[in-house]
Each structure stands twice: as C-alpha cells, then as structure tokens.
Design a protein around this ligand. Structure first.
Ligand SMILES: CC[C@@H](C(=O)O)C(=O)SCCNC(=O)CCNC(=O)[C@H](O)C(C)(C)COP(=O)(O)OP(=O)(O)OC[C@H]1O[C@@H](n2cnc3c(N)ncnc32)[C@H](O)[C@@H]1OP(=O)(O)O
Length: 300
C-alpha cells in the first residue's frame, strides 16, 4: 500500500515536471541554469506576489511592492514562478486578474537588482527565467486580464502582454521604457507586442519609448476598455465584472476555449487544428454538452 502511494506520488511529480518543461522555452540545452539564477535572485528580497483563488474560479494576483511602484525584486521574480505553478495546478480556475498594490501596476525590474546582475551570464539567465515564467503564464488555461492602474513600465509593460487582455484606468500609462535604459524588452514583451498591435505600431512604441495612454492603447488594440474609475477598489470591481462575462459557465468549457485560442495564437495552422480536435474531444459528450442537449437552448 505504502509502495503504491509512493509510486503514485512519484508519477504525479514526474508528470508535473514534464508538463512544466513542455510549457517552458528554455532548459539546460540552451545554456540556461535555472538553479543558479534562482539562488542569485533570492539574494535580492523585497515585496511579494500574492495570489487569492476564489470559489467562482477567478484568481487575483497582486504585485506587491508599493514602496518601489511594485518593481520586481529578485524574490518577487521567484515568487511569480511559484504562483504560476500554483495556477497550473488549479483545475477549477477560469479567470485571472493581475494588478498592482497601491493603485499602480508595476515599474519593471527593481533597478537595484538590475545593477547587481548587470553581467552577461546573470542577465541571460534572468531573461530566460522570466521568459519561461511569462510563457507559462500566457499558456495557462485561464482567461487573463492585466488591470493597468497608474504605471506599467519596462518589465511591467512586458508583463501586461503575457495576459489575454488589458484594461486601463483613466490616467494610467503603459510604457516600454527599455530604449531609454539602453535595452530592448527581454521578458518576451517585444515578440508578444508585435502579435498584439502589429510590427509597425510595436516599432513606434519601442522605438520612441512612447507613453501609451488609455485612448491610444484602445485604438491600437493594446487595451480592451478604459474603466470608469481610477480608484483602486472600484477599478478592481469593474475588472471583475468585465472578466465575468467570459468566465460564466463550467470550468471545463472555459478552459477548453482558452486552450483552443492559445493553440491558434501560437501554433502553425495544421498543429493548431489537431490540437483543436483533441480539445474538442474533451468537451464533446461531456456534462455541459449533454445538459445543453437536454435543454435545447435557443441562441437568440
Ligand atoms: C530587463 C530590465 C527591464 C525589464 O525587465 O524589461 C526593466 O524593467 S528595467 C526598469 C524599467 N523601469 C524604470 O526604469 C522605471 C524607473 N522609475 C520611474 O521612471 C519612476 O519612478 C516612475 C515609475 C515613473 C514613478 O514616478 P513617480 O510617480 O514620480 O514616483 P517615484 O519616482 O518617486 O517612485 C517612488 C519610489 O519608487 C522607486 N522606483 C520606481 N521604479 C523603480 C524601479 N524600477 N526600480 C527601483 N526603484 C524604483 C523610485 O526610485 C522611488 O524611490 P525613492 O527614490 O527611494 O523615493
């Protein structure tokens, strides 16, 4: 009995490790040294990444370092990875809102950390670490929204692009300031931005480190909507209401919807079609499908 339990535990752990590797971009074959960079990042503490999972299938992820405009300390980068793992293992999840504490989104990497890891090896490892985490975040089977209040700068702007949608509060701003830091995006925000707004607009935003206010973000398709309130609690309530239009219903179906779109977004057509077939197989004849056949709803 104990042996069987142990074997089961090992199997589940192996499955999780393999799943994480499949969803990530970089491993040892790319010269990526995860344990080395994690150990390094752990040396730079401050702030936290808080996750609250609710019974309605919505989760709220809070970037919490308000003294530094929610800049990412080293420990926050590691905590973000842990929270993403937690969300990957949350089978009842349907939606995710990412926001910042103190009514501002995130001012990117903590510049004190950036200075300490400005050598090439640490920089490359940090870049691969954050790309792995944000790629896994983007691929979560949850419909995700970045609620941009205040400022989303540098890595903060990049993080917004790993979400399915962005909502902005009046007076808020997204800004890829990298050029002014002598950099380009390194957390995958450049590649994702091109897919969201197109290469011309992405070149304008990155090339001029341009301020993107809610109206311009809307016209570029970078933001879905400008919320009415810029007050923290009310803005979060508005974001919840906005997201709930997509998260109403059974988790299995909503998660399948996101998986189909994620495959279409990332894969070549034939691979996306095959993936869609496999996902279709998980809902066809499932409880929600059978109940709908009994109800025979009219879609007026
Ligand atoms: C690869 C690195 C790249 C990436 O990951 O993609 C990066 O992200 S690099 C970082 C890019 N971000 C920045 O350069 C932001 C720099 N900060 C600012 O421009 C301004 O602080 C602000 C974000 C526009 C806010 O301005 P304001 O409202 O006037 O507040 P303060 O400037 O007074 O900020 C309060 C406090 O917070 C500190 N702060 C802000 N951002 C950072 C940061 N990224 N790292 C470290 N500290 C940050 C700021 O210095 C203030 O602290 P005190 O000076 O001690 O008061």
């Amino acid at each position: 009995m104990a042996l069987a339990l142990w074997k089961n535990f090992l199997q589940i752990t192996m499955k999780r490790i393999l799943q994480q590797r499949r969803l990530s971009l970089y491993n040892g074959a790319h010269g990526y040294e995860e344990e080395v960079i994690k150990k390094k990042l752990q040396q730079f503490s401050g702030g936290s990444i808080n996750l609250s999972k609710e019974d309605n299938g919505m989760a709220i992820l809070t970037l919490n370092n308000p003294k530094l405009m929610n800049a990412f300390s080293g420990t926050m980068m590691v905590e973000l990875q842990e929270r993403v793992t937690e969300l990957e293992n949350w089978k009842d999840g349907k939606g995710l809102i990412i926001h910042g504490a103190g009514n501002t989104f995130c001012s990117g990497s903590d510049l004190n950390v950036v200075k300490e890891i400005s050598n090439s090896q640490d920089g490359m490892n940090m870049c691969m670490f954050m790309q792995n985490t944000l790629t896994r975040l983007m691929r979560l089977p949850l419909i995700s929204v970045a609620l941009v209040q205040g400022k989303a700068f540098g890595g903060g702007a990049e993080l917004t692009t790993a979400c399915d949608f962005r909502l902005m509060t009046p007076g808020s701003e997204i800004r890829f300031v990298h050029k002014h830091m002598g950099l380009v995006p390194g957390w995958g925000g450049g590649a994702r931005l091109v897919r969201i707004v197109g290469s011309g607009a992405a070149l304008q935003l990155l090339g001029a480190a341009a301020r993107v206010e809610p109206e311009r973000a809307r016209s570029l398709g970078l933001s879905e909507a400008t919320l009415l309130s810029s007050e923290e609690t009310r803005a979060l309530a508005e974001a919840r209401a906005w997201l709930s239009q997509y998260t109403e219903g059974p988790a299995a179906v909503i998660r399948a919807v996101k998986k189909v779109v994620a495959a279409g977004r990332e894969l070549p057509l034939e691979a996306a079609l095959r993936t869609e077939k496999d996902i279709f197989g998980t809902v066809w004849g499932g409880p929600a499908n059978l109940q709908a056949l009994v109800r025979r709803p009219k879609h007026k």
